[in-house]
Design a protein around this ligand. Structure first.
Ligand SMILES: *Cc1c(COP(=O)(O)O)cnc(C)c1O
Length: 414
């Protein structure tokens, strides 16, 4: 299968975390004792495999010939000219097979599962994006795949449920509590604990117990590695600014990692401010949260007085998480990355603006990054640059936009 081995990527992208999975005070592994050896085994297997030529070659082959990497960088000149400030560039992760950056870590996790001799990969999904990407990787690599999804989300996200079924995955409803993402995590976790030998729980972002935040980051780091080379080739310089949206934080850390030691590059993560900064109406974890523990790791957390995760809300369901990656928590504290917020309204305006100016419909998640870049660009000189990680395409969001905002946006459908 590996007839294209000219340039295997280096995924050993950062010295963090420490051997216990800590990024400063964040991360770690807080799991039931029975899972501790299993998690350690996954970590050990990953560390052994990731530097092997066979694994790197295989992943590189799939990235190039299956996903379609490298994804291009595009100068959004129309948008930049209209704003009249800095030049905006897009790293086009929306052009990946399955339409977002999530395939980058799903292929990595599925390959690891296969190398470890697992029969099945399982995961939770909210809007279904991670479920579809994982079901895709499972189909390709001949693994069984169970996706746990809240009953409410199953009804809401019908096309993605159909996709997962067509791809051969089993969608298992979580029927307790609010029947959404948190309950899906609970259900997937219960199922995982029952048979951690034959299954691998493939976490969908840079969250969860060690080694997942490290592993998912390493699989996403290809985005920044490509971007650095492409951007320099295109402009002769590094970008002045990087901007990416932050849910769990995988697409953001994927772009940022390669630039963390470039002190002149200003790095910004964008969180969803939803409809207001009242509890339950946003998911601005790094902006408004406090350190806490969720799903087996420490991070900034939106929490109530008992340390329970607070309810969150944003139009971008991929950003709808009360915790955030431990490395982002650390990067906030050491002030290497600045975290800003964009609300639903601003994200929708950016969604329309990019569609109309450049012919690119962004995912509502990615539209948060676009909105913030547009705000920044206005006050910057024309020779400054902003590189946005356009994490996904917006096809999944068009019905929602038209149904809820079509009238006020002047989208008319005969
Ligand atoms: C899931 C998703 C996100 C949020 O996840 P991160 O781990 O924060 O990157 C962002 N954009 C798109 C298109 C997504 O599908």
């Amino acid at each position: 299968m590996n007839n294209n081995t000219d340039k295997p990527q280096n995924i050993d992208s950062n010295k963090m975390p420490d051997e216990n999975g800590f990024f400063g005070a964040y991360g770690g592994r807080f799991v039931p004792p029975m899972l501790e050896p299993i998690m350690k085994e996954i970590g050990d297997a990953y560390l052994e495999i990731k530097d092997s030529k066979e694994f790197k070659d295989e992943l590189y082959y799939l990235q190039k010939h299956y996903t379609g990497r490298p994804s291009p960088i595009f100068h959004a000149k129309n948008l930049s000219d209209k704003i009249g400030g800095a030049q905006i560039y897009l790293k086009r992760e929306d052009l990946n097979h399955t339409g977002a950056h999530k395939i980058n870590h799903c292929l990595g996790e599925a390959l690891l599962a296969k190398k470890m001799g697992k029969k099945k990969i399982i995961a939770e999904t909210g809007a279904g994006q991670h479920g579809v990407a994982l079901a895709t990787a499972a189909a390709l690599l001949g693994l069984e795949c169970d996706i746990y999804m809240g009953e409410v989300d199953i009804a809401k996200e019908h096309p993605n449920v159909v996709r997962m079924n067509i791809l051969g995955a089993k969608v298992i409803p979580a029927t307790h509590g609010l029947k959404t993402l948190k309950e899906a995590v609970d259900a997937a976790f219960d199922a995982y604990v029952k048979d951690p030998i034959n299954q691998l729980y493939a976490i969908g972002s840079v969250v969860g117990p060690h080694p997942f935040p490290m592993m998912v980051r390493d699989f996403q780091a290809v985005v920044g590695q490509e971007a650095k080379e492409q951007f320099t080739e295109l402009t002769g310089k590094l970008p002045n600014n990087l901007v990416a949206c932050v849910g769990g934080g995988s697409n953001a850390i994927g772009l940022f990692t390669e630039f963390l030691n470039d002190d002149d590059v200003n790095i910004i993560g964008v969180e969803p401010a939803g409809t207001s900064f009242k509890t339950g109406e946003h998911a601005a974890t790094l902006t408004l949260g406090t350190p806490g523990t969720i799903h087996g790791f420490k991070c900034y957390l939106l929490q109530d007085e008992n340390g329970e995760p607070a309810p969150v809300n944003t139009i971008a369901s991929g950003l709808d998480y009360p915790g955030v990656g431990p490395q982002h928590s650390y990067l906030k504290d050491i002030k290497r990355v600045k975290y800003e917020t964009i609300n639903d309204k601003e994200a929708i305006a950016a969604f329309m603006e990019l569609s109309r100016e450049e012919g690119i419909i962004p995912a509502l998640e990615s539209a948060h990054a676009v909105a913030h870049a547009m705000k920044m660009a206005k006050d910057m000189p024309k020779d400054e640059t902003i590189l946005i990680n356009l994490s996904g395409r917006g096809d999944k969001d068009i019905d929602f936009i038209v149904e809820n905002y079509g009238k006020e946006l002047g989208i008319t459908i005969q």
